[in-house]
Design a protein around this ligand. Structure first.
Ligand code: GLU
Length: 504
């Protein structure tokens, strides 16, 4: 099957029962891309007919995820459209009417089997080592018996009559022809006793009413598709094109779960990933452009996407690749935009990963702009702004004594290096990177140390870290006075330490 060229109508139809995971949002992303590519429409529809599992936070997270990833919809909640409402709980009448129509046409029937009876049936089947399935007993109930049950307050459902033999087939756009034997299926519920439809009935009616051309969804729905085909047949309507996209597995080939790290798009947002990088990464989960290209803008993805290149085997979620990709996106940003993205993370309270609470908010923008070139290349996540830059903002740093000596340096040598460094620091003018570098190199020679040996303790004294941005740029940005204080402080820490540094 080739990718559509005429405008598609596609929908993302989440059930607000839990925070949408990456695989779920990925189907929204594929829908969005296909709609934009063909100048079609991307519809969002909330499938909330299972009222017992409805979760308002989940619904909020669905919209937040779409917003964050920039998956704007053409029709749906908050947007309206010709088929409003786009929330299933508000469309109940349509479903009830269709279920009644199916009863009248003989395709469905009322069933008064109680949950206890169904349970007993399943128990018997289990004991007899038979697969659990409804035995169709409701087919034989008379209208009068049903009415009596109704009067008695028993739960009444509507079930679709599934033929006992024969098969149904469909052409899946990803997997090709798939056939199911009907004897494997039992008569399933289409309208529950609370007068709410099951997902099976509701989504078909809505997809049809809304003119959906392609149903893009996870391949866990393949096994339900024969039911959907039967409902279409019973209603006398044509099914859409089905596009079942592959499952997402962790690198260990197990189904993606918490164990593998974050599982929702919003967690990635909170961990400092950029929406564009996550978008790019997600489109490669189960699809590839056909060559080795990995970094693509939205526009390029929209241009190159094709259903033909959706894989039928599971996609592997490689979190290291995502982090790498995020680093690439960060490196490609200009500093002004990077600053705008970093600030919300850095200005959070310290307990939430922001800079020390002692650092005044709002953070000095001009100062931050001066610092960004020093760390830009190294950042992989927006959350790393805090730990990479905190010492620039702190009043002081307190390095551990054992971190101060550089390679092949003992305490005495480290002390000498720091004392000489402090002395020079007080008098270096101008306090600029080139000047600092020239003078400190000269100092190393004078006190007969390798430059690296001298610079190491200074780096730790100034930044509190053994790994930090270029030393002299860092010193210049921190300023003479604070640098002198930090080196003197390190010297004090070193002298009062009783711990002998390990030979390095
Ligand atoms: N409401 C279903 C879900 O949340 C939709 C499945 C479908 O796309 O048909 O997965």
């Amino acid at each position: 099957m080739t990718s559509p060229t005429s405008p598609v109508r596609v929908r993302y139809a989440p059930s607000p029962t839990g925070i949408p995971h990456i695989g779920n949002i990925r189907t929204a992303l594929f829908c969005w891309v296909l709609a934009r590519q063909t100048n079609g429409q991307f519809i969002v529809r909330i499938e909330d007919t299972d009222r017992s599992r409805y979760d308002a936070d989940a619904e909020k997270a669905i919209f937040e995820s779409l917003d964050w990833l920039g998956l704007d919809w053409d029709e749906g909640p908050g947007k309206g459209g010709p088929h409003s409402p786009y929330v299933q709980s508000e469309r109940q009448e349509t479903y009830v009417a269709a279920a009644m129509q199916l009863v009248e046409s003989g395709h469905a029937y009322f069933d008064d089997t109680t949950p206890e009876q169904l349970h007993a049936l399943r128990e018997r089947q289990r004991a007899a080592k038979q697969p659990p399935r409804y035995d169709g007993r409701g087919r034989h109930r008379s209208p009068q018996e049903i009415e009596e049950s109704r009067q008695a307050g028993l739960p009444i459902t509507v079930r679709l009559k599934v033929p006992d033999h024969g098969s149904v087939s469909f052409i899946d756009a990803v997997r090709g022809k798939i056939t199911f034997e009907l004897r494997e299926l039992d008569d399933f519920v289409i309208l529950k006793s609370d007068q709410m439809p099951t997902y099976h009935l509701a989504h078909i009616l809505d997809d049809h009413a809304m003119g959906v051309t392609h149903v893009i969804r996870g391949d866990e729905w393949i096994s339900s598709t024969p039911r959907h085909l039967l409902i279409h047949q019973a209603l006398g309507i044509d099914p859409p094109t089905y596009v079942h996209v592959p499952l997402i597995l962790g690198k260990d080939k197990a189904k993606l779960s918490k164990r593998h790290g974050a599982t929702s798009a919003l967690e990635y947002r909170d961990q400092g990933f950029l929406a564009d990088a996550v978008f790019n990464f997600m489109c490669l989960l189960g699809w590839s452009p056909g060559d080795d290209t990995e970094i693509m803008t939205r526009e390029q993805i929209v241009e190159r996407f094709s259903i033909d290149r959706i894989n039928d085997s599971p996609a592997i979620f490689d979190s290291e690749k995502l982090e790498w990709l995020n680093g690439v996106y960060i490196r490609n940003m200009d500093e002004q935009s990077l600053m705008a993205r970093l600030l919300p993370f850095m200005e959070r309270p310290e307990a939430e990963g922001g800079l020390s609470d002692t650092v005044e908010r709002p953070i000095d923008r001009d100062y931050l702009m001066r610092l960004l070139p020093l760390v830009h290349e190294r950042l992989k996540l927006l959350t790393e702004g805090t730990e990479t830059l905190d010492f620039f903002f702190a009043d002081n740093v307190s390095p551990a004594a054992e971190d101060l000596p550089g390679r092949k340096m003992d305490m005495e040598m480290t002390g000498r290096a720091l004392a000489a460094a402090a002395e020079l620091c007080r008098v270096t003018t101008p306090f600029e990177p080139e000047q600092l570098e020239a003078e400190y190199r000269a100092l190393a020679e004078k006190i007969e140390m390798k430059p690296g040996q001298l610079f190491s303790p200074i780096r730790v004294a100034i930044t509190g870290k053994t790994f930090a941005p270029p030393l002299f740029d860092t010193m210049a940005a921190i300023g003479q006075e604070r640098c002198v204080a930090r080196i003197e402080n390190a010297l004090k820490i070193l002298r009062s330490s009783t711990v002998a540094p390990a030979e390095q």
